[in-house]
Design a protein around this ligand. Structure first.
Ligand SMILES: CC(C)(COP(=O)(O)OP(=O)(O)OC[C@H]1O[C@@H](n2cnc3c(N)ncnc32)[C@H](O)[C@@H]1OP(=O)(O)O)[C@@H](O)C(=O)NCCC(=O)NCCS
Length: 188
């Protein structure tokens, strides 16, 4: 597991097209994710991580620190139901693993690395949009195991994202997002 670096960006689009769906991220959005993964471009505070072996990308955990995000890819966010404010909360943007390494706990390991960095900058919580229809319910299962609490369901969350969802195959995506919140334990 390694922090995201600028030299990885060129190979990330091929991975996100395959794992998330063609067109989910453009090259410009991947550049933007890199910029927004740190507060003010400090490389020692990189919140996004990759799972890499022999230079091959096997997983991504994109994460934004508080103050560097205000919404996800789709529509639906309810800060009024969170235990902490938007300005105290980081965002888990996307976590995707290659099929060959799913079900081995890497999702939680990558996410805990990101939580460590968020905690070091004083974040009080993390919010995410869990993909309800993920294979075997893997998304919600790993989040519940980590201690995330469901906040609200958002049907058709990704309907306005012009991409080929791996489940729906063509736009518009019919999937549902479950907004979930994790309170970072004090002293972490
Ligand atoms: C979601 C994901 C990141 C979780 O990471 P992970 O390392 O696989 O998580 P875990 O090993 O803790 O597995 C979580 C659960 O999902 C199950 N699971 C994982 N991958 C699975 C798959 N492809 N098919 C069926 N079940 C799967 C595991 O058996 C485990 O179930 P259990 O808690 O009943 O034992 C990863 O499975 C993945 O990339 N899934 C597809 C993409 C996705 O849904 N991303 C999240 C979008 S919000």
């Amino acid at each position: 597991m390694v922090p995201l670096k600028e030299q990885d960006l060129g190979r990330l689009k091929e991975f996100t097209d395959r794992a998330i769906g063609t067109g989910y991220y453009s090259n410009e959005e991947i550049q933007d994710i890199f910029q927004r993964s740190t507060p003010d471009g400090q490389p020692q505070k990189m919140c996004s991580f990759l799972l890499k072996r022999d230079d091959e990308i096997f997983g991504v955990r994109f994460t934004f620190p508080p103050g560097r995000w205000s919404h996800g890819k789709g529509e639906g966010l309810t800060p009024s139901r969170w235990p902490h404010t938007l300005s105290e909360t980081g965002y888990f943007q996307s976590l995707f693993l290659d099929e060959r390494v799913q079900g081995q706990g890497w999702g939680s390991k990558l996410s805990l690395k990101a939580v460590e960095v968020l905690a070091s900058m004083g974040a009080k919580g993390v919010v995410c949009h869990s993909w309800k229809e993920s294979p075997g319910g893997s998304s919600t299962k790993y989040l519940l195991k980590m201690g995330f609490q469901p906040i609200k369901e958002h049907p058709l969350y990704w309907q306005h994202v012009d991409y080929n969802c791996t489940r729906c195959l063509k736009p518009p995506c019919q999937c549902t997002a479950i907004e979930m919140y994790y309170e970072i334990p004090r002293g972490k």
